[in-house]
Design a binder for this molecule. Structure first.
Ligand code: F3S
Length: 426
């Protein structure tokens, strides 16, 4: 791989041993992927504070410097970690102190995470603590090279914002945060950003629920490739595209899609495919929609619902507002809990706008920083949950061994109030 003079100097230790270890990792990573060079970046979304038993052990042995060296730099050396070289944020993490008594999450992890936040905050990590950094001020511009983790955030950054990132990992984002570099391959290269599948939507896709079903179909169809989606689509809002991408990254591994006329790199169908011929379209109609709905509800048997989960990816403030309005004047069933997951910065807005109060008055909770899948933590005794998120319906049954129902926001709120699932495909 070709290195610039400043990259060679970093590799040779001119900026200290931690930066040298970071550059060494990036060179090994880039060479394994045949990258010709590194991209300059100024935006990293990674994970440093998320607690784990392995991290607790490393911190006990050598503090947070040791934990970062081993987990975020793949190095066993005793390194002192310098400040982040470029703006870096923490994605979702474990539940925080304000979830104690609500989420059954180990107290020692809450404490470890608090300690991590202090350490990494001092190093220049913005503790956004959300899988949706783009909802709380981290908005790379079109064409910008970034290094992000979290599949739902990566697909949003590439497709909706037109930024360029591969689905990075804990170590590559750690190395990127200390160097401002990432191997230039995959989605960073213009020739890899053109579509290679065409999906023709032949039924109206108008709301959050239907954007999720469509995303689930798209991911299942193209797996890790690049779909271009056209047809009977309403102009989506942020939450719709958040759901579409997260669903496509769950049933498949989609990191980049185009919607001609909507997403920035696809003003037209032809532009979405660039120099390549436009392929024959695959239809998405009533039978495909039904098949996705049935797949997402295949883990549901009992209609007694213990737990309702909204906000995956973390809810937008408009989603929180809608949930609050749907709960106004209602009370949750005595055997059912409702959690709405949000970025902490939006929780402050929900509190200030009175949405949290409406939700809590009904018996629900607005929780920040994490989610049941990330923290492997749902209300005690949960056997059956309902959600409006295709991603949670896809993953949570396997992670927690529970049954799942997938439906609309209204159906989920009704389930929280009645304790029964009565959703159906309309
Ligand atoms: Fe976010 Fe958890 Fe969903 S991290 S994308 S709410 S699985």
């Amino acid at each position: 791989m070709r290195l610039t003079d400043d990259e060679k100097a970093m590799l040779d230790g001119a900026e200290g041993p931690a930066v040298a270890a970071a550059m060494d990792l990036l060179v090994r990573y880039g060479e394994a992927l045949d990258a010709e060079h590194l991209c300059n970046i100024r935006n990293v979304a990674g994970t440093m504070t998320q607690p784990s038993p392995a991290k607790a052990k490393l911190v006990a042995e050598g503090g947070w410097d040791k934990a970062f060296s081993v987990i975020n730099l793949d190095s066993d050396a005793d390194l002192e970690i310098p400040d982040m070289r470029v703006p870096t944020c923490q994605l979702q993490q474990g539940f925080g102190g304000d979830s104690v008594g609500i989420a059954p999450y180990p107290k020692q992890f809450v404490e470890l995470q608090g300690d991590a936040e202090s350490f990494y905050g001092r190093k220049g990590v913005n503790i956004l603590a959300t899988c949706t950094p783009y909802q709380v001020g981290n908005l790379p511009v079109r064409g910008e090279h970034v290094a992000w983790m979290e599949s739902s955030a990566v697909v949003y950054a590439n497709s909706v914002l037109g930024a360029r990132t591969n689905c990075e990992g804990t170590a590559s984002t750690g190395a990127a945060s200390l160097t401002g570099k990432i191997p230039c391959w995959g989605n960073h290269l213009p020739q890899n950003r053109y579509g290679n599948h065409l999906i023709d939507v032949r039924i109206p896709v108008r709301d959050f629920f239907d954007w999720g079903l469509l995303g689930y179909f798209v991911g299942d169809l193209v797996q890790e490739e690049r779909p271009v989606v056209t047809g009977d689509l309403a102009i989506p809002e942020l939450a719709d595209l958040k759901h579409l991408g997260a669903a496509a990254a769950s049933s498949g591994g989609v990191e980049l899609y185009h919607i001609p006329g909507i997403t920035p790199e696809a003003p037209t169908v032809d532009a979405a495919f660039g120099p390549r011929p436009v392929p024959e379209a695959v239809p998405y109609g009533p039978s495909e929609r039904r098949r996705m709905y049935e797949a997402l509800n295949s883990q549901g048997r009992s209609t007694d619902v213990d737990f309702v989960l909204l906000g995956c990816p973390h809810a937008s403030i408009d989603q929180v507002c809608r949930a609050a309005k749907a709960l106004e004047g209602r009370t949750l069933h005595s055997g059912t809990q409702l959690w709405i997951m949000v970025p902490r910065a939006l929780k402050a807005i929900a509190d200030r706008s009175g949405y949290t109060e409406l939700i809590e008055r009904a018996g629900g909770r607005v929780l920040a920083d994490s989610c049941p899948a990330m923290s492997r933590s749902a209300p005690e005794g949960t056997r059956v949950f309902a959600t409006d998120s295709a991603k949670q319906a896809h993953y949570l049954p396997a992670i927690l061994g529970i049954e799942a129902w997938f439906g609309t926001l209204e159906e989920c709120i009704d389930a929280a109030v009645t304790g029964r699932w009565a959703g159906e495909l309309r």
